[in-house]
Write a protein that binds this ligand. Sequence first.
Ligand code: GDP
Ligand code: MG
Length: 164
Amino acid sequence: PLPIVAIIGRPNVGKSTIVNRLAGDQQAIVHDEPGITRDRTYRPAFWLDRDFQVVDTGGLVFDDDTEFLPMIREQAMAALKESSAAIFVVDGQTGPTTGDNEIADWLRQQEVPVLLAVNKCESPEQGMIQASQFWELGLGNPYPVSGIHGNGTGELLDDLITYL
Ligand code: GDP
Ligand code: MG
């Protein structure tokens, strides 16, 4: 089976936009192998010579147990567990939030390599400044990207595939 990359982050940071950017219009994969949970959607993607699949997750919120949030949290954790690498998406226009810090604390305790994508960085110059605010999350190099326009995704993917 192809390696899985989980897309993780709080609501509205642009996770689904990035999944669409990575997977293009390729159709979702239906898994027949046992052990794969069916209620996550896997989208095929590739970069250079490397094929993989991306799994989108719901907005992750740790300090709130209302509605579906605990279920979304379990799904995100399950997705991470089966992944070879994760992309943690944050919002470059808001800067780091308490929610981002809580997710980062959790991710740092996992075994899975994490790449930190600072989304909504449309301007390359501004993007470097926006991204540098996220060093405080303790997850290494923040990659400025724009899911909408595609800037920065090449650098992110170049490094992502080294983990696959
Ligand atoms: P999700 O909840 O994390 O899956 O986020 P979505 O992909 O649904 O996007 C949430 C909002 O952010 C939408 O209004 C998007 O249009 C917007 N958005 C997503 N990516 C970008 C981006 O690269 N730049 C900007 N400016 N807005 C974005
Ligand atoms: Mg989404």
